[in-house]
Design a protein around this ligand. Structure first.
Ligand SMILES: Nc1ncnc2c1ncn2[C@@H]1O[C@H](COP(=O)(O)OP(=O)(O)O)[C@@H](O)[C@H]1O
Ligand SMILES: [Mg+2]
Length: 247
């Protein structure tokens, strides 16, 4: 993932266009500012796990030759509001001083009761503190927040971002692209067929990438070509895992 570019990211054209617009506006930020406008630089990524939200932050950083900083939101939050605010301020100072892509991951921690003994009022104050910092920010950095669980977030806060991008599990067309990207030239040609793609429906991007990587590993260790059977098995293994989790 370290050097991923936009072409490695398999998403709908709608998502791709939104990501490209962030990148493009960043390139044109000076002319935009001259005209009293800001490039879109505050983005919320929301949706299912394993669909490429963290990867998107990495792609944007790579495409813009900017360093990527990941802030684990749940770890920023401490029992003491004053301490949490101070930490947030430190991060936003850094955002101003060091140009980069800043990913606030696990952003939903702020809307949930995970870290603060159910103190809703306290969470609200932290969220407000974050939003105030976000609003005041006029830096040249890109600020991305990612959440697996958008439902618990207040819809009102969506307005504070320049863009909200919604991630979903891949459809058959994206699944086909994932398999071809990961297995092209490494597997027998008959695996690139509709029944494999249909079989993989319901899995997220990360699962499919893992199923492919497992197949590649197997073929290296067993010194054999990747067959349809091997791949079908790997896909089924991933699916069984969800059944097990749900049970
Ligand atoms: N849309 C995608 N296109 C290509 N690979 C993906 C995609 N989404 C996830 N992956 C693969 O799964 C891994 C984990 O995805 P990640 O971006 O961490 O998911 P999220 O942050 O949405 O939970 C990535 O490093 C990549 O290998
Ligand atoms: Mg993530």
């Amino acid at each position: 993932m370290v050097n991923s570019t936009i072409s490695d990211l398999i998403v709908s054209t709608e998502i791709e266009d939104k990501i490209k617009r962030v990148i493009n506006e960043y390139h044109k930020k000076d002319i935009l500012r001259k005209n009293g406008l800001m490039n879109r630089s505050k983005v919320l990524l929301a949706g299912d796990p394993g669909t490429g939200k963290t990867m998107t932050a990495s792609v944007i950083a790579n495409e813009l030759y900017l360093p990527l900083y990941i802030i684990q939101f749940d770890r920023l939050i401490t029992k003491y509001m004053g301490e949490t605010s101070a930490k947030l301020r430190q991060v936003f100072d850094h955002i101003k001083e060091v140009r980069g892509v800043y990913l606030f991951d696990e952003f939903d921690a702020i809307g949930s009761d995970r870290s603060l003994d159910n103190d809703v009022g306290e969470m609200r104050r932290i969220l407000n503190s974050f939003l105030q910092n976000l609003e005041d920010d006029e830096s040249y950095s890109i600020i991305i927040a990612a959440t697996n669980n958008p439902n618990i977030l207040d819809k009102a806060l969506f307005r504070r971002f320049d863009d909200v991008i919604e991630y979903k599990n891949p459809d058959a067309e994206q699944i086909e692209r994932l398999f071809k990207m990961k297995l092209h030239g490494k597997a027998s040609n008959d695996i690139f067929s509709e029944d494999i793609y249909i079989q993989a429906l319901g899995l997220n991007h990360a699962d499919i990438v893992k199923a492919c990587e497992d197949a590649v590993k197997y073929s290296i260790l067993e010194d054999s070509i990747i067959t349809k059977d091997i791949l079908m098995n790997n896909i089924q293994d991933r699916k069984d895992y969800y059944k097990y989790k749900e049970a």
